[in-house]
Ligand binder design. Structure first.
Ligand code: ADP
Ligand code: MG
Length: 180
């Protein structure tokens, strides 16, 4: 099965989840994350801003800011994605893919302790399948940061079709716990 077919299969499963199931699973993912050492110890965190079909990250972002962590979110510019520092006063808009991103902000060139990454599909070997644009593969290339994926368990595949440029994750959290 190629990546395109795998994305289709997972997307169909995601569509079948009810709003209640998503909220409940996202709450569990948030609870697992709060107990996860790489999150607890992180002084700086990069985190995606979730769309309705993804594990919710709004609670995570709020929690991290409240805990005094430096929080960065993605902002795209052409083929590149950079990290922008946010706080409670940051203004957001929806970009062309319907993803929230800061209206303004300079790309942060430094490193973060933890990067929380979205995905379409994953497998137990921590391979990641994205939306097919390669943004996160390019973003994560040569980065030393700890790479954590968040997902619902229905996004699990037996074996993700991978290519050489695909970047593996260090861990994945779903509603059932941590996969290492
Ligand atoms: P995704 O990870 O979003 O599912 P793919 O892994 O299928 O997407 O990658 C999509 C495209 O992005 C690839 O065909 C490739 O052209 C490009 N790409 C991915 N990683 C890199 C990279 N490190 N350098 C250059 N191009 C890349
Ligand atoms: Mg990829």
């Amino acid at each position: 099965m190629d990546k395109k077919e795998q994305r289709k299969i997972v997307k169909e499963k995601l569509e079948k989840m009810t709003e209640d199931e998503r909220i409940s699973a996202s709450d569990k993912i948030f609870d697992h994350l709060k107990n996860f050492d790489a999150y607890k110890s992180a002084k700086s965190v990069f985190c995606y801003l979730s769309t309705p079909n993804e594990a919710d990250t709004m609670n995570i972002v709020r929690h991290a800011i409240k805990r005094g962590k430096s929080v960065y979110v993605p902002k795209t510019d052409g083929d590149l994605m950079s990290m922008v520092l946010i706080d409670v006063d940051t203004e957001f808009w929806f970009n062309k893919w319907g993803i929230l991103e800061p209206k303004e902000g300079e790309p942060y060139k430094g490193e973060v302790d933890l990067a929380i990454i979205p995905l379409i599909g994953y497998d137990k070997e921590l391979n990641r399948l994205g939306h097919g644009k390669g943004y996160y593969d390019r973003f994560l290339e040569d980065r030393k940061t700890y790479k954590l994926g968040l997902a619902f368990s229905c996004q699990e595949l037996d074996s993700v079709a991978t290519e050489e440029h695909d970047i593996k994750l260090d861990a994945i959290i779903n509603e059932n716990g941590v996969i290492l």
